[in-house]
Write a protein that binds this ligand. Sequence first.
Ligand SMILES: Nc1nc2c(ncn2[C@@H]2O[C@H](COP(=O)(O)OP(=O)(O)OP(=O)(O)O)[C@@H](O)[C@H]2O)c(=O)[nH]1
Length: 376
Amino acid sequence: MATAEDPEKKAEIDQPLLERHKKPVCLIVLGMAGSGKTTFVQQLTGLLHMKKKAPYVINLDPACREVPYPVNIDIRDTVNYKEVMKQYSLGPNGGIVTSLNLFATKFDQVIKLIEKKSENTEIAIFDTPGQIEVFTWSASGSIISETLGALFPTVVVYVIDTVRSVSPVTFMSNMLYACSILYKLRLPFIIVMNKIDVVSHKFALEWMKDFEMFEEAVERDKSHHANLSRSLSLTLDEFYKDITTVGFSAVTGEGFEEFLAAVDAAVVEYETEYCPEHDRLLKLQAEARTKDKDRQKKKFQHDFDNDVQAQSVSSATSEILLRNRAIGGESSSDDEEHEGRPGDDDDEEDRVGQKSFHNFLEEQKKKQQSKSNKPS
Ligand SMILES: Nc1nc2c(ncn2[C@@H]2O[C@H](COP(=O)(O)OP(=O)(O)OP(=O)(O)O)[C@@H](O)[C@H]2O)c(=O)[nH]1
C-alpha cells in the first residue's frame, strides 16, 4: 500500500506535474451515497481557488437538487431528469442512467470545452451520481472515463466514509467495490478516506498494511459476514499494495496538500503505466485490424484465383468439344453455328447417312454403266 507521504513516490516526482502539464488533470470523483463526494468537491474547489488554481468543475449528477460549488458544466442544463423519467416511464435510478446516457452522447462537446480551457486550467473535477453503479457499470460511465483517459491525465478518486468504515465488514465491502472499479476502469486510483475530522483513518491504514490486525478486528465482529471478510481480505492484499490512500476532511480541508501530492503521483503513474499500456492496446488493435484486412485480401485472392481456374477449365472443355465436332463433321462452321441445339447430333447423323447412301448409289450406277459399255 502507498500513502501520499511515501518518500519513494515523492522522490519520483522531480517537479510538480500539475505545472508541467498543458492539459488539465481530470479527477473522476466516485463513492457510495453519503460518503461525502459533493462536500469533497466543494472543499477541493474552494481550496484550489484560494491557491489561484481555479478548477474546471463538471456535475454529472442529474438528480441533485443543488450544486454547492461554482460549476462550469452541469448535466442538469442539458438533460431534464424528471422529464426523462416521465417520457420513458422510468423510476429514479433508470432516470439517472438514461439521463447520463443522453449526456454521454454529447460528451465530445464537453471535451472541446475542457480543451479550450487547457491553457489556464490545471484540474478538471467530475462529480458523479450518488448511485455509484450508475457510473461504474453503465455504458455512459465507460464512455466518459475511457474518453477522458485517452485524452487527458485522468485519475479516479474513490471517496470512502471513514466513520462508517470502522466496521470491518463495511470497510471490506467498500474496498471490494474500490477494487472492482480499479480493475474495470484501469485508471490511476486514489482512495480518499473522508470525514477524518470525526474519526482518524489510521485504523484503516493499519488494516491495509497488516492483515493480522484486520483479522483481530474481524474476530471482534460477530456478524455472519465476518468469515467472508477474512478470506476476502487476503485476496485484497495485492490490491492494497498498489493503491494510494489519503485521509481527508471535506469539512475542514485537512489532508488537502497530501491529496495534491497523491494526484501528482497518480499523474506519473498515468504517464508511465497507463499511457504505455493504452498505446500498446491501440497498437495491438491496429495490428489485429491489419491482420484481418490481410486475411480478407488473401481470401479474396484465393476465391478469385479459384474462379479464374474454374472458368479456364470450362472454356477448355468447350474447346475440346468444338474440336471434336470439327473433326467429326465436314463443315466446322456449320457445326459452330448449330452448336448446342437439341437434336443437332441426330440431324447430322442423318445427313451423313444420306450422303454415303447417295454416294453408294452413284458408285453402283457407274459400275453398271461401265459393265454395259464393255463389248460382249
Ligand atoms: N463531519 C463531516 N461530515 C461530512 C464530511 N463530508 C461530508 N460530510 C457530510 O456527509 C453528508 C453527505 O455528504 P455529501 O457530500 O452530500 O455526500 P455525497 O457522497 O455527495 O452524497 P450523494 O450525492 O447522496 O451520493 C452531509 O451531511 C455532509 O455534510 C466530512 O469530511 N466531515
